[in-house]
Design a protein around this ligand. Structure first.
Ligand SMILES: Nc1ncnc2c1ncn2[C@@H]1O[C@H](COP(=O)(O)OP(=O)(O)OP(=O)(O)O)[C@@H](O)[C@H]1O
Length: 312
């Protein structure tokens, strides 16, 4: 289900920061040497929503997210996260954030339970570590050393470490990479239950089905700019795009794009005594519109390479 916040639009350049938003970004710029990785980004993420940031490798997703987390500085623009500028976020502010990094911890001699308990001890109001292990499906592995976990189990541990502090705002950077299909489904229901508890989430992912299944809104970022922000079903005009009807007639594959597929198929059905051969009715998938968008982004830009190396 889509939250009420999901229908709000996106800010325009020059708009004031939104004081009610969980994250409010205006004109964000980040350069690495001569290379501009984030190039004037305006975005509001509303409290309680799940927002998915999509974009090809190197688009600027992690850079944007890490600026919001306070891990990277910026070269221009304004950012407020839970009311504070991340560049001077206090410990108390940081305690409200949960972070699931792309390559998290877990390479430890400590057991899973010990790691989650240790993490919990940094927060003023942590969740119960054993409940968190239950939530991420690691109860049976609680006594196992983290280094003995499989790749997918390690990601679950990363999620456990990210949520044990009871965050108001959770950042998830490609959280289900390496998960098997069942683990992904379990993770999705975990994310939905966190949303039901009121947690705001900013998620980056390369899995379009994940964005579609979880996100109230998605933002497509290409070459450091936001190409579009929309609810998943409306991205790239999907809702109003013509349906494409395909069938076989006289031994030939036929295709018709139509705004009224029901009427068209009814007409088609009258032409055939039984089933319409090989009938398919399709609208553009999220993947179709996404690939078109990032393709347009690539064509609009010129070839650029990253400049100076900056380490976190
Ligand atoms: N520390 C750094 N020093 C120099 N260039 C960097 C640094 N970090 C990122 N970049 C460059 O900035 C651009 C954006 O990188 P970023 O990691 O934000 O992309 P991303 O969208 O998260 O990509 P991915 O999907 O691969 O994780 C890339 O071209 C990258 O090479």
């Amino acid at each position: 289900m889509t939250s009420p916040t999901a229908v709000r639009g996106r800010p325009q350049p020059g708009d004031p920061l939104d004081p009610d938003a969980a994250i409010s970004i205006r004109g964000l710029v980040k350069r690495y040497g001569d290379f501009t990785a984030v190039d004037g980004l305006d975005l509001d993420i509303h409290r309680g929503e799940i927002f998915a940031l999509l974009g090809p490798n190197g688009a600027g997703k992690t850079t944007t997210v890490e600026i919001c987390e306070g891990y990277r500085g910026r070269d221009g623009g304004e950012v407020r996260v839970l009311g504070a500028d991340p560049a001077d976020g206090t410990r108390r502010w940081k305690a409200q954030l949960g972070i699931v990094l792309q390559s998290g911890g877990g390479d430890s001699q400590l057991s899973v339970r010990e790691l989650v308990r240790a993490q919990a001890s940094y927060y003023p109001r942590p969740r119960d570590p054993d409940e968190v292990l239950e939530l991420v499906g690691l109860t049976e592995k609680a006594g196992v050393r983290a280094k003995a976990l499989s790749g997918g189990q390690r990601r679950r541990l990363d999620v456990a470490l990210g949520i044990v502090g009871g965050p108001t705002l959770l950042f998830l950077d490609e959280p289900t990479t390496g998960f098997d299909p069942e683990a992904r489904r379990q993770f999705w229901s975990l994310i939905r239950s966190l949303r039901d508890l009121g947690t705001t989430m900013l998620l980056t992912t390369h899995y379009l089905d994940e964005a579609e299944a979880l996100a109230d809104r998605v933002g497509v970022i290409a070459r450091g700019r936001l190409a579009e922000v929309a609810v998943p079903s409306a991205l790239g005009g999907r809702e109003t795009a013509p349906a494409v009807v395909t069938w076989t007639e006289g031994g030939t594959r036929r295709t018709e794009a139509t705004a009224t597929p029901t009427a068209f198929v009814r007409g088609l059905a009258e032409r055939f005594p039984g089933e319409v051969p090989d009938l398919v009715v399709a609208r553009p998938t999220l993947e179709d519109v996404y690939l078109r968008m990032i393709g347009e982004g690539e064509r609009a830009g010129t070839a650029a390479t990253a400049g100076g190396e900056v380490t976190r």
